[in-house]
Write a protein that binds this ligand. Sequence first.
Ligand code: ACM
Ligand code: ZN
Length: 678
Amino acid sequence: MKRLALLLAALLTAALLPASGHPVIPAPASLSEQPGELRLSSGAAFSVTGAQDGGELSEYVASLPFALREAPKGGVLTLRIGSRKVTSDEGYLLTVGPKRLAVEARTEAGAFYALQTLLQLAEETAPGQWRIPCCTVEDAPRYPYRGIMLDVSRNFQPKEFILKQLDAMARFKFNHLHFHLTDGAGWRLEIERYPRLTEFAAWRPYRTWLDWWSADRHYCEASDPQAHGGFYTREDIREIVEHARRLHITVIPEIEMPGHSEEVLAAYPELSCAGEPYANSEFCPGNEQTFEFLEGVLTEVMELFPSEYIHIGGDEAGKGAWKTCPKCQARMKAEGIADVEGLQSYLVHRIERFLNDHGRRLLGWDEILEGGLAPNATVMSWRGAEGGLKAIRAGHDAIMTPGEYCYLDYAQDAPFTQPLSIGGYTPLRKVYSFEMTFPELSAEEQARLLGVQANLWTEYIPTPEHVEYMLYPRVLAIAEAGWSLPERRDYDDFHRRALGAVEWLRNAGYHPFELQKEYGERPESLEPKEHLARGKRVEYRTPWSDKYPAAGAATLTDGNIGGWTYGDRRWQGFLNSDIDVTVDLEQELPVHYVGLTFMQSKGPYVWVPAEVEIYASQDGEHFEHLTTVRNDISTECADLLFKTYAYTGQTKARYLRCVARSNGIAGGWLFLDEIVVL
Ligand code: ACM
Ligand code: ZN
């Protein structure tokens, strides 16, 4: 009888919290389930004690879908701020018993995160009725910085859209929005001192970035009937910053310098080395007016954004014009600067002094390391983790956002099932696999690793729905990288919770990727390929590129077939080069098939070869021509595609020489994964 009761209790618990576990994202540090449930009805009482926020937390609780009413003390839900049971500022203790819900936290932020967990645990059983499984949650974030970067330059998004994303960010415990407000494709922030930034540099006579990029890349007057684009007024920004603050999110503005600034230089050409529009992408650091402009802009930025961090970009500055510009050269001479990297560093140092003098801190992409890092700067590491680790070792703080895992503009499923994207293949599993454990760092260095950020660049993402589609659910994997302990991280369990989150997002009016319909990796790549050349030696007459070595000399015969992206370490890359290799089968064998598959992806200049020649030899000296296969695919074809160039027939060979001729387009790549011999 007793055993039956226990079994029943276990079954009941299982029905509330499926045996497979809780639904919470990001996974809490500890969640222990107990039998039973709490039934919550709208109109029930809650109380808050110890808050120092002028009633904001109470207002927030009252605004939740539970429709609770505040009481001076007691109630079904009690929230206590200033609790000594919780040691971390953003941590909390949430206890759900059959009759009461209790939240304890040190700060309002901790209580806010307890409420996010509660919202995810609660199930609405009828209008105004919820049930919450009994449990105890002890939780705190692994990292203090958990961010999302949104690029609103390439394609502008309205204020309402930003407010909506902040709501979802809060639900998943993100605490920073990095707002990429300026870039070559458009300036998005009202600056009173420089009105041409929003009268002109915020507008393009094309609907999308891609149309504009494919045409003359010019801007137009806001009054032009063809004008597309937009900007945030000072009032819009105040509203966004305030909405974020109430959700415990800091908005970090990014003002790009010295590169990615074509739009500024079209509006104020005197700030470029050429002194004319549409000539340079970089500010002229030799010109004192450049600093007057940047400091003027940053002064207004600091009025609008209370964030301690101000992001100054710093990435991908082409420094060619500086080498011949008389003003830049004069500056370098006067300051004793040896090279143009030093000139960029001069600009970053000067801007850092300006920000520090105003009580702010400089944040920049990892290129700000080049030529010497400014003394108090924090680095955002996007070209892998190395830049961040270097900054940390040098005593700086860093935020990790390596492109391979954290760039959400890459396709999230088999590209043929997806809208046109910038390329790549970064499915949820790949994003989730980013683990920020760096054993090489000491405990003190670990503390300078502030956290992690997802980046969404929007060149190929014109609409608000499409932005959401790229964000969700992949940002949830980043939420978990930033919040959850490594021992709580398991992809299969996360995938189950992500399916639930996708359903919630859809019901809440977002447009997530339909994770339940995921197609997955390129089928050919799932199993190793058995064939006659597998494991055999390959002699290279043309070197592979250091950027894409794959498995080095073993690549073309290791049996590993490439996946949807050339970045998967299975495709070997050759830049501005043919491929000329010979496979040694070690003995003469009957050969019926020699196949080479290449990838084409127009965006990053990856082309299938113009032709492939295949030769056979018994002695490695005298080669017989077996076939030449020519390309029949246009370079204009925008889709990702694969083309196999193959010999089929009957021959005998010990050596097989394969020559793939590039189409000769400068900057073009060939990518090959395997030479399959049957
Ligand atoms: C970047 O992707 N250029 C930071
Ligand atoms: Zn110059």
